[in-house]
Ligand binder design. Sequence first.
Ligand code: TEU
Ligand code: CA
Length: 555
Amino acid sequence: MNRTWWKEAVIYQIYPRSFMDSNGDGIGDLKGITGRLDYLKYLGIDVIWLSPVYKSPNDDNGYDISDYQAIMDEFGTMEDFDELLAKAHEKGIKIVMDLVVNHTSDEHPWFMESRKSKDNEYRDYYIWRDGKGEKTPPNNWGSCFGGSAWEYDETTDMYYLHLFSKKQPDLNWDNPEVRNQVFSMMTWWCEKGIDGFRMDVISMISKTREMPDGKINGLYGDYGPYCVHGPNVHSYLQEMNEKVLSKYDIMTVGETAGVTTELAKQYAGENTHELNMVFQFEHVEGDGKYGKWTDERIPLTTLKKTLSRWQTELYDKAWNSLFWNNHDQPRAVSRFGDDRTQYRAVSAKMLATCLHMMQGSPYIYQGEELGMTNYPFESPADFRDIESINAYREWCESGRVPHEIFWPCIIRKSRDNARTPMQWDDSPQAGFTTGTPWIPVNPNYSEINAKAETADPDSIFHYYKKLIALRKQNPVMVYGKYEPLLEESEDLFVYTRTLDDEKLLVVCNFTDKEVPFTIPGAFMGAPCLIANLENRYDKQNITLRPYEAFVLHCK
Ligand code: TEU
Ligand code: CA
């Protein structure tokens, strides 16, 4: 297996709107990020993945871009970006940009032209179709954010496709001009010196030309079989690789919802010349009761089965990304750990151990290193996210599912859980802003904040810092082969990693109970690399305490 810097790196995701506000308008910005680089340096991360900072009307918080080569007014200027990049590089931190090119904003000049007339030179930049009849869209597909995936446009009496909101029209990648525009924009950023791209829903850029109705799922038809991993997606990525990516020493990660291990070996194979790695979502999706909404926890055996399969099948063939949460997912400790009791810190450390010891590049989502939790939403008026707002309307206000049933589901998974401001200290608004934040701060900030945790050597923050440092000293954490143990256990997540003569044993208790465990003979007497509780691992039969995690290292 090739050894590369991006396999060894730890990536930290910043959602700029909620990270740090430098001018008191309540919205995080680029200067705010620059001012906090020392914090990230101290944590020890190698790469920042910056969620979109481009010009945008913010229908979907920057994932609707109206100018790919300008900065969103609220976030600052291109000079602020250049300063952030330069200062990050001075500190040895790389910056990976979010590349959102499945769709643009409807306020992008390309779309404003495209909708003007059927013979406009930008017409074919987007996907236009005739309706099936009066007020009937071309087919039954539903958009990811609710409603039809087609929007009627009066000017030309046709519909355009939007797999997300109607302010996010899908680009037509079959048009070579679109591809060239995107590639030259990417080159422009690479020439600026950025260090890579996280590619938003890149698995959806190629659509089947025939657009038949999809299988009904809820109110609408599923576009999945016709738009996800479509006919030309691999050839377009290979073309992108040849024309742009291969010319720079950058890292690329594709957001590929619905990806299987087989497909991942193509998208991110060691020698397929597409991307470096993909985000797969099997371990955070498929647990839904009403669409993606549910109040249930995924059984540990299911979670392990999924993660183990990715570990084993990609070994030596493709590279994994490791994450528990991001800006679209609820908080890790609330979802997989325990955020309601005295076990919050220990369970957050357990989850970190479990993830960082697997094979792949680990991603930390801002605030995860503090054990930030889901937000205590009280009413639908608390939501800011287009997905949550629309979902409440579509599932609940429509009368399909009663509020009492739907509410626990939506608050458990709302994307807004991840988007509340970063908790810096115990001053008003958690030190995030001197003004009124665009989304409320979690009231637990007086207890959970960066100032308190950086000062406490026993904190979650310091535990992450230690895990990141260990990765630098122990190639077995990066390159070792994964093998699961105790696959049937509903309590323990146990595995080994092996690189030449070195071996790690990783043991994580996912419950709030005491669980007996027998240390495998080969690890008797092996030193402990890291543990989240004080314990002795020199007896063969031990009792794990709630959420205990430890790693033994023999060489
Ligand atoms: O998300 C795409 C995606 O696959 C969605 O299904 C995602 O899981 C969503 O949040 C549904 O719950 C990307 C971005 O990460 C997201 O923030 C954007 O809203 C979306 O694309 C559109 O650009
Ligand atoms: Ca600001």
